[in-house]
Design a protein around this ligand. Structure first.
Ligand code: UDP
Ligand SMILES: O=C(O)c1ccc(O[C@@H]2O[C@H](CO)[C@@H](O)[C@H](O)[C@H]2O)cc1
Length: 483
């Protein structure tokens, strides 16, 4: 066997991620923490990621990210397939073609796949556990959303609690370790009017066969979600190992280099612009990589930003598949009328933005990566959730973590600019703003503690490594620091 292959198979873990930036980056950061404990790590994902990385960097194909080897397999579709419009079809084809393509990748790259210590997957590619079983390799899952979502889906898809139905769509959901939730607070995939059938199907299949996963790790931390984490101990424990964010946000820049991929090129000029703004003055606005806001909502945000007369930095990512109704586009008047007030970029270096002293608050769609990055930056949020986990993340922000406010929708599902203006003023000035900032700073300090040597997340990583390498006598996946 060639030397490189021998090395690849020694103490080796293969991570497998869905193709979105928000799924791959926490996986890579977990990989980095495993590597820091002597594990060799590779990450496999679909070809579209290689394609986007190439486009974003303009350089040759990347095959490593700070020591983690990148491997690619086909999702069974062409690179220009419009997955956004046909999400259910996409998930279906990925579920059918992914397993054999991943299996072929493993055969091609590993002479003795059995020697792999473990495969680690994430929730959108649960079939990875079947590929692991084919080679007799143990499988772990990295749950990349709050542990609250893990608990909600587990109870919903195992029918352990009542959830809204077509006949009772407005029922209040009560679950251990969580506040009472109205339908606006629940993940969209558990609601009877959810239009994406593939996700309930996927989660239903996943949560009924959790024993396929010997370990469930979480991108969260015990001190942030202790009640809901404790509530899962008797059912199927989750071990928080996060926040899996860049080390610079955790005061660890001396010790660890970040591991992440960039699928879109960041506009760095906004950092220079931020540096010219007064401390804690700028409203940062971004809706992540997937959400495309309807034109009316773009208009409401634009009007509110103009009216509050405060500096802003707004990420308006051009829609991957543009539509003629103006969704995701700035109103035509906006740039001219606000040219001395703020900046608009297509994609920002978000973690550098959030930790910049000029940034005061973040209007966000509540993607979990954005949430964790904000928690680690110690600034308050204005939640404007759209789908999937985001409504529940918004509920956590307001009622559990107490670090932000939520933009309430009107009866027709739209938002008014006045409501946004009110939310901005609430987080910028006055006693509510002060309290939110205090809470945010306290959580930031907590996040730094848990990843430092001996902190709860660091210990959970240590235990995981002990167990996959066989350095531990107890292997039932039940140990969890913080409990
Ligand atoms: O202009 C932007 C907007 C987002 N992000 C990053 O993209 C990820 C978005 O993940 P999240 O879970 O928040 O939302 P998603 O895009 O998956 O909906 C986060 O790590 C952000 O830091 C970025 O780098 N620049
Ligand atoms: O490609 C899709 O259909 C897709 C990609 C990513 C999605 O999830 C995002 O990931 C975050 C971490 O799970 C999550 O917090 C965020 O709200 C999602 O937008 C969903 C679908």
């Amino acid at each position: 066997m060639a030397q490189a292959e021998e090395k690849r198979e020694e103490n080796h873990v293969l991570l497998v991620a869905f193709s979105s930036q928000g799924h791959i980056n926490p996986m890579l950061r977990l990989g980095k923490r495993l590597a820091a404990r002597g594990i060799h790590v590779s990450l496999a994902t679909t070809e579209i990621v290689r394609h986007r990385m190439l486009k974003s960097s303009g350089a040759g194909p990347a095959d490593h990210v700070t020591g983690i080897e990148l491997l690619f397999f086909s999702d069974g579709l062409s690179l220009d397939y419009d997955w956004k419009t046909n999400l259910d079809v996409y998930m279906d084809i990925l579920g059918k073609q992914g397993p054999s393509n991943l299996s072929a990748l493993i055969k091609e790259h590993y002479t003795s796949p059995k020697k792999l210590l473990c495969l680690v997957t994430n929730p959108f590619v649960p079939w990875v556990s079947d590929v692991a079983a084919e080679y007799n390799i143990p499988c772990a899952m990295l749950w990349i959303q709050p542990c609250a979502l893990y608990a909600i889906y587990y109870r919903c898809f195992n029918k352990l609690s009542a959830f809204p139905t077509l006949t009772d769509p407005d029922m209040i959901v009560e679950l251990p370790g969580l506040p009472s939730m109205e339908k606006e607070d629940l993940p969209s995939f558990v609601l009877p009017n959810n239009p994406f059938g593939s996700f309930p199907k996927l989660f239903s299949e996943l949560f009924q066969v959790m024993e396929k996963f010997k370990w469930v790790l979480g991108n969260s931390f015990y001190e942030l979600e202790k009640h809901v984490i404790d509530s899962m101990c008797e059912l199927y424990p989750i071990r928080p190992t996060g926040p899996l964010v860049p080390p610079t946000l955790l005061g660890q820049d001396q010790e660890l280099e970040d591991a992440s991929v960039d699928m879109w090129k960041s506009d760095e000029t906004c950092i220079e612009w931020l540096t010219q703004q007064p401390p804690s003055s700028v409203i940062y606005v971004s809706f992540g990589s997937i959400v495309v806001l309807p034109a009316k909502q773009m208009e409401a945000i634009a009007t509110a930003l103009k009216n509050v007369k405060r500096p802003f930095l707004w990420v308006v990512k051009p829609p991957e598949f543009p539509t003629p109704d103006g969704a995701g586009q700035l109103p035509s008047w906006f740039l001219e009328e606000t040219k001395d007030q703020g900046q608009v970029v297509r994609w920002s270096p978000q973690t550098r933005v959030l930790s910049h002293p000029a940034v005061a608050c973040f209007i966000t769609h509540c993607g979990w990566n954005s949430m964790l990055e904000t928690i680690c930056s110690g600034i308050p949020l204005i939640a404007y959730p759209q789908w999937t986990d985001q409504p529940t993340n918004a509920k956590l922000i307001v009622d559990v973590f107490k670090i932000g406010v939520r933009i309430k929708k009107e009866g027709d599902g739209n938002i008014s600019s006045e409501v946004i203006e009110k939310c901005i003023e609430e987080v910028m000035v006055g006693p509510v703003a002060e309290q939110l900032r205090k809470n945010a700073m306290a959580l930031k300090a907590e996040a730094q503690k848990v990843v430092a040597a001996g902190g709860s997340s660091d210990e959970n990583i240590r235990l995981f490594v002990e167990e996959i390498t066989g350095d531990s006598c107890k292997k039932d996946g039940s140990r969890n620091v913080g409990i």
